[in-house]
Design a protein around this ligand. Sequence first.
Ligand SMILES: [Zn+2]
Ligand SMILES: [Zn+2]
Length: 405
Amino acid sequence: MKMKRVIYLFAVLIAVSAFSLFTSAAGDGQITYLSEDVSVNVGENVTLSCEALETEDGNMLYVWYSSDANGEDASPLTSPSPSGDYVPDTLSPGEYYYYCMVYYMYEDSSNIVKSDVVTLTVNGVVDVARPEVEIDIEKRYQVAKGGVLTITYKCVLPDAPYSLVYQWYVENPETGVFDKLYGANTDTLTVPTDRVGSSKYFCIANTVYGDSYSPNRQSDITTVTVTGHDHSYGEYTTVIAPTCTEDGKDIRYCPSCGASEERAISATGHSFGRWSTVTEATEHSEGSESRSCSVCGETETRTVPQLDDTGSTTEADDTTSQSETTDAVTTAVTTAVITTASGTTGTSDNITETESGFPWWVAIMLFGMFAAIAFAALAGFNFGKSKTISGIASKYMSLKNNDKQ
Ligand SMILES: [Zn+2]
Ligand SMILES: [Zn+2]
């Protein structure tokens, strides 16, 4: 873009210069106003102006150039413009030289007039007012190791367009010299708290304008003490004993600083004994039983299902197993149920078979008798009508009686 502009300007200049060779000069002295040499501070605005006597048709163009002190080695700074004003940069201190070329038409002829050189002096160091303290830091701060401490030193600016800069310093404990804390350039400082001990800090603020700094406005020097150590705790002591249902608490102390550390002791849970019968279950009503905690006396009660027709409570076993969780409880329940049910030992299944089944020796005897009769029939015996099983039996009984006599 810049290159393009330069080429464009050269083209305009060559064209105008060439044209001017063939036209009659309008003469010197057409420039009616030119800015005087001027001195400004860095960053301050300044406008250089050039005015020439206006022609009747008003076709007048201005171009500003930078040059050396003699108006040589020039290069254009602006595009040809109907305005003769130019606002130079004042960002860097130094001396700068400018002049203006005026291209104008006069009675069907054109001419060029070059202005004198204008010297612009940009002062690097200016008198910038010190900032005023708004919030100063405390003389002392204390923070526990690993804690967070932010200290603030806040100043206010005298006037725009100045800016304010901060720099924090920390004392080197070996040399006693305050070194810059790099990166600590705002009104707050987050103090490092990873090491136990004391450190000194301060902050300075400056008003800045371009390259100019105001004198320092320094904060108080503060001493920051980071307290703490690696605690050496003693033994835990129980301060709250746990109960069956409530947690307890242990505590231990660091003898050097008194710091304490706590830990919870879980509730112990109840220590129940065995279930004991309160009301016997019958075939018509439920029974109940209870057990107590030997520590706190808490009592639990539960129902025992009523007995079924066989005097058994086998259903109760299933129900109980599902609702209870510990083996001990299940065992206790099994024992209790069996004792309550029949007063016999052995499992519920055995009890049922023994009491309701047909005796096995009767079955074998009957089977033996029928087998013997069948065998006799097959072998050709003729028992006769009177010789029935009952007849044989009565004969046998009478023989036995005769023996006794
Ligand atoms: Zn401690
Ligand atoms: Zn208890």
